[in-house]
Design a binder for this molecule. Structure first.
Ligand code: PEP
Ligand code: MN
Length: 337
């Protein structure tokens, strides 16, 4: 349930309402917009009398929130959220580009990629140190050593960093070395991991599950936020369909759909969704055109010899061509980049 306060509601009136809700054992989520303040409630609503609440001073209206996700819900928080990651911010007005190798392979490899993606305009370096691959015999990542290389690349370039985590151990290590953690598609409904990510204190990029509906995805985000971590960014990375010409099917319509349902920032990953470097640039442009807040793109110094996801990785030249071609799209969409 949300309580919409009148436009000129005083601090005293807002306080009186929140006090009443908290005294009845429910949690309050306050959203102070430019026009109105919205007070969201989470908990057992049977303990609250809406008739009583309706006569509190400056209460305009009380509306039900029927969706099971509340804190991720746009009704609770109508203004779009910006999530700070290191020294950059993901959200309105910006186009954030996260780029880097699928997997951190060597210190030298990561450093050269970091320098190139930075020169081309990326602000966040991605690199997998824990690689849960489809086959157990594929390269599984450098683990903590890879995180250390991420930290070194950050120190050398000033880029913020993101790394996927797959376990509590990985989260504990990531907290020491990187600015943002990623929950991968295969773990989107690993609810224990989501709770631990919520307790990590780091911003979280939550990828959409391989076959997850938008509502399931938003409920997964709710798990993280409910642990007291509001810094969640969603990442559309393609879903499983009958089509085999691409690795997955990029559901770009998820971006405008999410805009109607949530205040959280949205990133699009044209690399894992298409699975081929040939399709990355057109889908990246389409993602900006449908108002995504950013992109996650795999870039490699030598895709033919990459230890993972070479076929979808862009070379430095292709990546830098793409970022310059994105500029007019960003201008049209009023996003700085
Ligand atoms: C990745 O970003 O490296 C990755 C494994 O992505 P996804 O979870 O979307 O497959
Ligand atoms: Mn990959």
């Amino acid at each position: 349930m949300i309580i919409v306060m009148k436009p000129q509601a005083s601090e005293q009136s807002i306080h009186a309402v929140t006090k009443y809700i908290e005294e009845n054992g429910l949690q309050v989520h306050l959203s102070k917009g430019e026009e109105v303040t919205i007070i969201g409630m989470v908990g057992d609503k049977s303990r609250i009398s809406t008739e009583n609440l309706a006569i509190f001073k400056d209460v305009d209206r009380i509306l039900p929130v029927t969706e099971s996700y509340k804190l991720a819900n746009k009704k609770f928080h109508p203004e779009p959220t910006a999530v700070k990651v290191g020294n950059t911010s993901i959200g309105p007005g910006n186009l954030t580009i996260m780029a880097g190798p699928c997997a951190v392979e060597t210190e030298a490899q990561l450093m050269t990629i970091a320098e190139s993606v930075k020169a081309a305009g990326a602000t966040i370096l991605r690199g997998g140190a824990y690689k849960p691959r489809t086959s157990p015999y594929s390269f599984q990542g450098l683990e903590e050593e890879g995180l250390k290389y991420m930290q070194e690349a950050k120190a050398a370039t000033g880029l913020s960093t993101i790394c996927e985590v797959v376990s509590l151990d990985a989260i504990e290590a990531a907290v020491k070395y990187v600015d943002m953690i990623q929950i991968g598609a295969r773990n989107m409904q690993n609810f224990i991991l989501l709770k631990e990510a919520g307790q990590s204190g780091l911003p979280v990029l939550l990828k959409r599950g391989l076959a997850a509906t938008i509502d399931e995805w938003l409920n997964a985000a709710e798990y993280i936020i409910a642990e007291g971590n509001p810094n969640v960014v969603l990442c559309e990375r393609g879903i499983r369909t009958f089509e085999t010409a691409t690795r997955n099917t990029l559901d770009l319509s998820a971006v405008p759909v999410l805009r109607t349902k949530t205040h959280l920032p949205i990133i699009v990953d044209p690399s894992h969704s298409t699975g081929s470097y040939k399709y990355v640039a057109p889908m990246a442009k389409a993602a900006v055109a449908c108002d995504a807040d950013g992109l996650m793109i795999e870039v490699h110094n030598d895709p033919a010899h990459a230890l993972s996801d070479g076929p979808q990785s862009l070379t430095f030249e292709k990546f830098s061509k793409l970022t310059s071609e994105l500029k007019p799209f960003c201008q049209l969409m009023n996003r700085s980049f």
